[in-house]
Design a binder for this molecule. Sequence first.
Ligand code: GTP
Ligand code: MG
Length: 340
Amino acid sequence: DRQHDGRLPKASMRQLDAALAMLADSLMPTQEEKAAQLQAFEAIRSLLTARYPGARVHLFGSVANGLSVRHNNDLDVCLELGEITADDTAGKGEVAVVVGELMEAAGMSDVLTLPKARVPVVKFVVPRTGTKVDVTVNNLLACINTKLLADYCAIEPRLAPLVALVKHWAKQRAVNDPYRGTLSSYCYVLMCIFLLQTRPVPALPALQQLPPTFRRTVGQWTCEFCDEVESLRGFGAANNESLAELVWAFFEYWAWRHNYSHDVISIRRGACMHKDEKDWTRRIGNERHLVCIEDPFELTHDLGRTVDRQTRAVLHKEFTRAATLLRDAEDPLDALFAPY
Ligand code: GTP
Ligand code: MG
């Protein structure tokens, strides 16, 4: 059932494209929703800076990088404290406990503190708006990768609608839950960027392969990339693929082209790498490396590590289902985004 030429053989291509564009549009948050989120952020920032006067408070994740989808976006907040180093997980955990108590006292609902997680976090809900919030401590890599994603987003206007559709699909099909062995939203964004970088005519450059204009060091990691977004804005102009073709290419790649036994996708390189090159060839502890997605900065981090044999089969079945529907169904959208 392999389809090798990559083109979507469809008479109703224009219709499909228009329907997808409309759906993507309806998934983007409205101005009011954005304003409400920023207001919630400012309220949380005030609470945090009242308790930690010297701290900086950053917004990161989808609300900050322009890739949020309505009804499905938590507010990701980073508390930056000078006295805690990047690799002091215990110190971050202790701060998380304090922040959890602070949010409880401020009347936030459903406060859940996870001080011992790989990335210590406090989760809660702002009662009036129902906004879900994650507060992490000194999560500077996430702030920097948020900027990288925002810059990609600013260079290529097809990225945001593609991400919106893929995130919506993943949510509907129940394959967007790293705690249950599928992939995080962040993974899906990297997969979309990788797709645009690797089209026969690329629609995005690999910003980490260009002469760096942005540099930060976080612990052992050097984060460097070209952030001259203005001068790169026309980069994808030679690629004339429509949104429908890109959505199809996304699913077609993960259904039939990706080599799950050898390949690592890397937006840092803008190309696939071989698992050997990363030493991601065997299971170590809980890291199975069955679907390999390299973090752009934390190079030892395989974002697909949460996937096991059973969930890889589920993911592959869903990618194949989506690609097959797009290829064969007359009017595929209802089925494509049907709740699992
Ligand atoms: P939605 O909230 O579903 O709209 O997606 P999101 O784009 O905000 O992604 P998510 O909430 O999963 O993650 C929030 C941010 O945390 C991402 O944008 C990244 O900046 C960062 N992040 C998430 N997972 C990882 C990870 O495993 N490693 C690193 N370094 N950063 C991550
Ligand atoms: Mg988020």
